[in-house]
Ligand binder design. Structure first.
Ligand SMILES: *[C@@H]1O[C@H](CO)[C@@H](O)[C@H](O)[C@H]1NC(C)=O
Ligand SMILES: *[C@@H]1O[C@H](CO)[C@@H](O)[C@H](O)[C@H]1NC(C)=O
Ligand SMILES: *[C@@H]1O[C@H](CO)[C@@H](O)[C@H](O)[C@H]1NC(C)=O
Length: 309
């Protein structure tokens, strides 16, 4: 626990007007606890801690200088329920998995945590679920085919459970219990394909952290498991990817923005089943709330940062 005196606050925030607690320097945006510094080109988001900082090019309004131990990659809802072909998952979501895995590795190598926030309901969550949500997740138009309902079984090749078995499947098959819809610990709530291995290994190694959520947003209301972790670890800057870009990704990004985090949307690790206009709305607004980029914009800088560590 660190106690700040008025004097140490002054030294932390350039041009601090001690009386108002705000800086008189027009390039400083925010207060002593949460501020950006505008540069002649781009922004310094390190809040005064430049040690080990990484400069990332951005397609617009960049570059940004980030502090790696205050920055995380947030992967949202890349779960079997939303992606696996056997349960009607989205091919566009599956298509971004290789790029997502590459970025996960780049974040870990540069010393930055990977946060997974996924639907993972409990009986308590079911009891408190609002009607609009139950309706939104029903498969047969009944409340009993929504959250928590048994999704039956599927058949997959034993060698690759991330794809459905077909008549062409020559190797042995296996039957998977899909589980109760989006319930914590069920197969359908697990990350899809290679992402499951990434998540399990990352969490075991301590580079990754896993947070259940019970709404579209992983940051809604007065607090969520992810928000508690972000506060405990003094995080400031969040990169987002996952599905759907206009629903759970957007919900989590927007709540994070409301709560004072820097938000960067990554286009090429996000996807949706919604019409194009939905993505266009998100892209437009994410660019106003923070930044939009592709992994291709930042990959080289992340790899250089990992090398110089
Ligand atoms: C973050 O990294 C900087 C530079 O390496 C270091 O000074 C600082 O103590 C670190 N903070 C935390 C919370 O690890
Ligand atoms: C695997 O399952 C599919 C679909 O049920 C079936 O058509 C195929 O013959 C099975 N393959 C084997 C080797 O059992
Ligand atoms: C990401 O790349 C795609 C395909 O090249 C492009 O359409 C999109 O505008 C890019 N996004 C950003 C934020 O540059």
């Amino acid at each position: 626990m660190k106690f700040f005196t008025a004097l140490s606050l002054v030294s932390l925030l350039p041009g601090l007007n001690a009386q108002a607690g705000l800086s008189t320097d027009p390039t400083v945006f925010g207060n002593v606890f949460n501020f950006w510094t505008k540069l002649s080109s781009g922004w310094d988001l390190t809040r005064g801690n430049k040690a080990g900082a990484i400069t990332l090019p951005m397609p617009r309004n960049g570059p940004i200088i980030i502090q790696p131990n205050k920055t995380a990659l947030v992967i949202i809802d890349m779960q079997n329920f939303f992606l696996h072909e056997s349960v009607g998952g989205d091919p566009l979501g599956r298509a971004i998995v290789p790029t997502t895995v590459d970025l996960i590795h780049a974040f870990r190598d540069a010393g930055m945590p990977v946060l997974w926030t996924n639907w993972g309901l409990t009986e308590f969550d079911l009891m408190n679920m609002p009607p609009a949500f139950i309706n939104g997740f029903t498969s047969k138009g009944t409340s009993t085919s929504s959250f928590g309902s048994d999704m039956g079984t599927i058949v997959v090749p034993k060698s690759d459970p991330s794809i459905p078995a077909t008549s062409q499947t020559k190797v042995a098959n296996m039957t998977i219990e899909v589980g109760r819809k989006l319930m914590r610990g069920s197969w359908n709530a697990q990350p899809w394909g290679a992402l499951f291995t990434e998540q399990v290994q990352g969490v075991a190694k301590g580079t990754d952290f896993y947070f259940n959520k019970n709404r579209l947003s992983g940051m809604w209301g007065p607090g969520t498991p992810m928000q508690t972790w972000l506060q405990d670890n003094s995080m400031t800057t969040l990169f987002f990817g996952g599905v759907n870009i206009d629903q759970c990704v957007w919900g989590t990004l927007l709540d994070s923005y409301y709560k004072g985090y820097d938000v960067i949307l990554l286009d090429d690790i996000s996807a949706t089943t919604s019409p194009l206009a939905a993505t266009q709305m998100v892209d437009f607004n994410a660019g106003l709330n923070g930044w939009r980029a592709n992994t291709t914009d930042i990959m080289a800088a992340l790899k250089a940062a990992a090398k110089s560590k």
